[in-house]
Design a protein around this ligand. Structure first.
Ligand SMILES: [Fe+2]
Length: 370
């Protein structure tokens, strides 16, 4: 990666080119040592099970750091986060359990990465091998969420509190926003310490895939064209298809590692950061946490989900939700006549730079170069 300007209040031209090309950019020292130390101290003093997301020591990592001016310039205005995801991953050996993809965790390549597009409903994956026809397995799976058996319905919620579909007509199978911010609080310069991993450059493929889906029948995301929800051809017979196979295939080659069944998996890139660094990505980037196998301490990354205010100027976005067109718990929100939130979100998903107002010149220039 190119040398980057320290503590810049806006992205350099080079950084914008990196963001366009890779789908993410790491900003060195985006957050001051004081803010990092305050967040670490707060994590240290947390009670068991305490949700630190709304604590100012966490939200200040965006609201009082260079992340805010950088995003204001590159993206546009957004609601200052009032909460966030505190991504702590303890040091853990490879696991026997089934992961979300239906494989034994220890068998999943690249530190058990499960690259996915965000906003996807996740019901806890069955820990026993499923029996029966695919339709039965699907029915059982969607009935095992926190709201019980509702059949195939936009009321179904995952254990991650994401709705199965965003819209009443079930044409939008993903929640969406504009930007991810990953703020690093501990030394993550060596791979295998639980880092966030990203499928570099795959944002272009995801955007194209969304466009293709939309052109087929207006359905976008999971359960749209080319993207079934479940894979039954996996060890537990009920794994989530977190990323459409067509997108995965573009990143698979002869070097790709395999699971024991011989299936190849795209190799993601672990983002290596130091305390105070922040990684900004577009929503469309496939990403995953990874197993903290070799760390000497828990991995600590604070994760924010940011949406450009222009998508829905009247709706408050809290900084953690990956489905802000519904309430945090799946509540239906009111929209004024003529405002179709699902269409707006599909448009944003299919046109990823539209909400990056400060990126337009870079995008135009780089498209012209190709
Ligand atoms: Fe995610």
């Amino acid at each position: 990666m190119e040398p980057q300007r320290k503590s810049g209040r806006t992205l350099t031209t080079e950084q914008k080119r990196t963001l366009y090309r890779d789908g993410y950019v790491i900003i060195k020292n985006a957050v001051s040592k004081e803010l990092v130390d305050a967040a670490l101290a707060r994590i240290k003093s947390a009670l068991k099970g305490e949700n630190l997301g709304p604590d100012p020591a966490m939200t200040n990592l965006v609201n009082k750091s260079d992340v805010t001016p950088v995003l204001h310039e590159a993206m546009g205005y957004f609601d200052p986060p009032v909460t966030c995801q505190v991504g702590v991953r303890k040091v853990t050996p490879p696991g026997e359990h089934f992961n979300q993809l239906g494989y034994h965790e220890k068998d999943q390549p690249y530190f058990a990465a499960e690259p996915h597009v965000d906003g996807s409903m996740t019901i806890a994956i069955p820990q026993t091998v499923q029996e029966g026809e695919p339709d039965d397995i699907y029915a059982r799976y969607i009935a095992s969420g926190p709201k019980g058996n509702l059949g195939r319905s936009p009321e179904v919620m995952g254990h991650n509190m994401v709705p199965m579909f965003e819209d009443p007509e079930m044409t939008l199978g993903l929640g969406s926003f504009t930007a991810f911010v990953f703020v690093c609080l501990n030394d993550q310069t060596q791979p295998g310490c639980g880092q966030t991993t990203l499928l570099k450059g795959a944002h272009h493929s995801v955007e194209k895939f969304f466009q293709w889906q939309y052109a087929q029948n207006g359905h976008v995301g999971v359960e749209g064209p080319g993207w079934p929800r479940l894979d039954h051809d996996v060890p537990n017979r009920c794994g989530l298809i977190y990323l459409p196979q067509a997108v995965q295939d573009e990143f698979i080659d002869e070097h790709s590692e395999t699971t024991p069944d011989g299936r190849k998996w795209p190799k993601p890139t672990q983002i290596l950061m130091e305390p105070g660094d922040a990684c900004i990505t577009v929503y469309q980037i496939p990403h995953s946490g990874t197993r903290n196998e070799f760390g000497t301490e828990s991995r600590k990354t604070i994760i924010f989900r940011i949406r450009n205010k222009k998508r829905q100027p009247d709706k408050m976005v809290n900084g953690v939700s990956d489905h802000p067109d519904r309430g945090q718990m799946g509540e239906w929100l009111e929209f004024e006549p003529g405002n179709d939130p699902w269409e707006r979100s599909k448009y944003a998903m299919c046109h990823m730079w539209d909400e990056w107002e400060g990126m337009h010149d870079t995008v135009e220039a780089m498209r012209a170069e190709r």
